[in-house]
Structures are given as structure tokens and as C-alpha cells.
Write a protein that binds this ligand. Structure first.
Ligand code: AKB
Length: 354
């Protein structure tokens, strides 16, 4: 059992808990966080919830979504259907469960948002403002995480090693809502002295929960189709380089940012997060090392224009300096894990294990 005194800084406490999986919580000795995850059934939420439960204890991480989550989320701790647009139920939930931190992960992503622009703007902005207002009104809420995206950049932005501060003229509804969101984050932080933290995620690659409605989704789709059918028709052209990151690195980065002492964070809006940069062609070649018969064809659709307006790679120097960001999984390692895990889902033996 680990005994932790209240006087220890939260960051130090969390670090201890992070690496110690079996923790016995002593409520009178540990200042306990109660965490609300909005969007726990989604691509990021389904993995982040499980990691946070390891750190803070299952019963202290409240997973919510408008749709049913996977069994491990529902059975591994509290889960409730909750609509973030319903501000009255939201505030009751937060007060009843004495919530101290919120991760608001729900959003309409880039591809889907282009199909329903006004509705997407409404959902992305109103849900966010509900959370920001909650953080302003409820004293117990000490910290909020809100995800931004590389979509805040646009066609006039320098595309290679894109700096955090640069020309930002997004031309997608999703990008416009993320840039507006970043401005609100900074406004609420400065004006109301809140602690809202944010990362501009690149495309995220994961095998647990598939993404939905994004432009970088092609990469995850390619793995699934390669394993299931041995072929994939890509909706971006073969030379479209985009910033990407394996989910394990993204989850670690998110938790690391949230656990950094606030005095170290010089950015009050959103941090750049770099990592990998590859094209569909490069990913297909890497997959072929594991599935030699894999065939890829290209049929760019409306998402090509979205991808063309985004950076190819990201400069995240400030994230490294302020809160020690780094990533582990390169294209090779990530592909090996993705192929093995997706094959496991469909019970296809890995060629190397035959
Ligand atoms: C999308 O493609 O819309 C997202 C993103 C980069 O924010 N994955």
C-alpha cells in the first residue's frame, strides 16, 4: 500500500500512482480527484478512461457518452449515458459526483462536419461552452482538458514543421470551431483564472476503438481493410503527408500535460503535438511488410481538400520544453502493433507467428 500525504504536490502523487498499478486509496490521506470523461466511448475516450482509472482508481473516473461504451468501460467503473449539450443534467452530474477534473472529448470531426456545417459548429461550440461555464461556476472543478487539432491550421500556414504560432486561416468548419475554441480557452483561463489545458492532436492511430468522420481516419481504415480484405481504396492521394501519432503516445502526452505543475505551462491556449509524418503510400508499403499481398488503390474524395489544407509535420519544441513531451512509436513499431492487434480482433494469425 502506498501512503500519500495531502501535502505532496498533485503531480508527484500522480507520478507515483501512474507507475504503481495496484494502489490502495486511503481517502483520509489522499486528496482524491473525481474525473468526468465526456465522450468516453470514442477513439480517445475509450483508452484514456482506462488509463485514468489505473491512476486515480476505477470508482473515481466517471465515463459518459451519448452512446453506449465498450464492456471494459461500462464494467470497469462508473458509466452513464449523458449528453454534454444538456447543461442542466451536466451540472447536476458534476455536483452529485464532486467532479474535480473534466476531459471533454466529444466533437464532430473534420469530414463529418463538412456534411453538416451549421450543426457541427453548434455541437462543437455549445458543448465546449457548457464545459467552460461549468468550470467557471463550480468551484470544485480544478482542471479541464479540451482537445484541439492540427485542423486549426489552413492553406496559408507553412506546411512543414509548422510552428505553434503562425498564420492560422482554417477553411473547414471543424478547424474554425477548434481555432475559436482555443481562443475561448485562453479567454477563460486569463479572465476567470481557470486551468483549462489543451493539445492540438494530429491524426491518431489506434486499434481499440475506430475513429469516425475524420480525415486522418484513412490510416486506421487501411489497417482494418488490409487485415480483413487484403485491399483498401484510399480517399486521399498517395502523396498526402499528414502528422500522425500512435494512441499510446497520445494518451501519455495528454496525462503528462494534465499532471504538469501549472507554473511550468507558458501556453494558455493549446500546445502543438508532433510525432510521425507519413503518406498513404508510405503506410501501405509498411503494411505490405506484414501482409505482402495487400493492394492499395487511390480515389480521393472531398477529404483531399481538407488534408491539403493541413500541415505535413508539426514543430512541438515548446511542448518538449514546458512539459517534457516525447513519443516512442515510429511508423515501423506502430505498424507492427496495429497489424498484430487488428489480426487478433479478426482471429487472423500473424504471418511471422506461423
Ligand atoms: C480529423 O481528421 O478530423 C481528426 C483531427 C486531425 O483532428 N483526426
Amino acid at each position: 500500500m502506498i501512503l500519500i500525504k495531502k501535502s505532496q504536490p498533485l503531480h508527484a502523487i500522480s507520478q507515483v500512482l501512474y507507475y504503481e498499478k495496484k494502489v490502495n486509496f486511503e481517502s483520509n490521506l489522499l486528496f482524491m480527484e473525481n474525473i468526468l470523461i465526456v465522450g468516453a466511448a470514442g477513439q480517445i475516450g475509450s483508452e484514456l478512461t482506462l488509463e485514468l482509472r489505473k491512476i486515480y482508481g476505477e470508482e473515481h473516473v466517471y465515463a459518459t457518452d451519448i452512446k453506449q461504451a465498450g464492456r471494459d468501460i461500462v464494467e470497469g467503473g462508473p458509466f452513464q449515458i449523458l449528453d454534454v449539450m444538456d447543461d442542466k443534467r451536466l451540472i447536476h452530474f458534476v455536483i452529485r459526483h464532486k467532479i474535480t477534473q473534466i476531459y471533454h472529448l466529444a466533437a464532430v470531426l473534420s469530414g463529418n462536419a463538412e456534411k453538416i456545417p451549421i450543426q457541427a459548429w453548434h455541437i462543437n461550440m455549445e458543448s465546449m461552452m457548457n464545459i467552460l461555464d461549468l468550470a467557471k461556476e463550480v468551484e470544485d472543478i480544478k482542471r479541464v482538458f479540451w482537445p484541439s487539432s492540427i485542423a486549426v491550421f489552413g492553406p496559408t500556414t507553412p506546411q512543414v514543421d509548422t510552428p505553434r504560432l503562425t498564420i492560422m486561416e482554417p477553411n473547414t468548419v471543424y478547424g474554425i470551431s477548434k481555432l475559436a475554441g482555443e481562443r475561448w480557452v485562453e479567454y477563460y483561463n486569463r479572465r476567470y483564472k481557470l486551468d483549462i489545458r489543451s493539445i492540438r492532436y494530429p491524426g491518431l492511430i489506434s486499434y481499440k476503438t475506430e475513429p469516425g468522420g475524420g480525415t486522418t481516419d484513412y490510416a486506421v481504415e487501411m489497417f482494418y481493410e488490409a487485415v480483413k480484405n487484403g485491399r483498401y481504396e484510399c480517399f486521399l492521394n498517395q502523396h498526402t503527408a499528414l502528422p500522425m501519432l500512435f494512441m499510446t503516445d497520445a494518451i501519455k502526452a495528454t496525462i503528462d500535460l494534465m499532471e504538469t505543475e501549472s507554473s511550468k505551462l507558458s501556453v494558455k491556449s493549446s500546445y502543438n503535438l508532433g510525432g510521425l509524418s507519413f503518406t498513404p503510400n508510405q503506410l501501405a508499403d509498411e503494411i505490405k511488410k506484414h501482409i505482402p499481398a495487400f493492394e492499395i488503390t487511390y480515389k480521393p474524395d472531398f477529404r483531399q481538400a481538407i488534408a491539403d489544407s493541413w500541415p505535413q509535420s508539426i514543430d512541438d519544441t515548446l511542448s518538449q520544453e514546458d512539459w517534457g513531451y516525447s513519443y516512442v512509436y515510429n511508423l515501423e513499431k506502430m505498424t507492427e502493433i496495429m497489424v498484430t492487434q487488428v489480426q487478433g480482433k479478426f482471429s487472423v494469425p500473424h504471418p511471422k507467428s506461423k
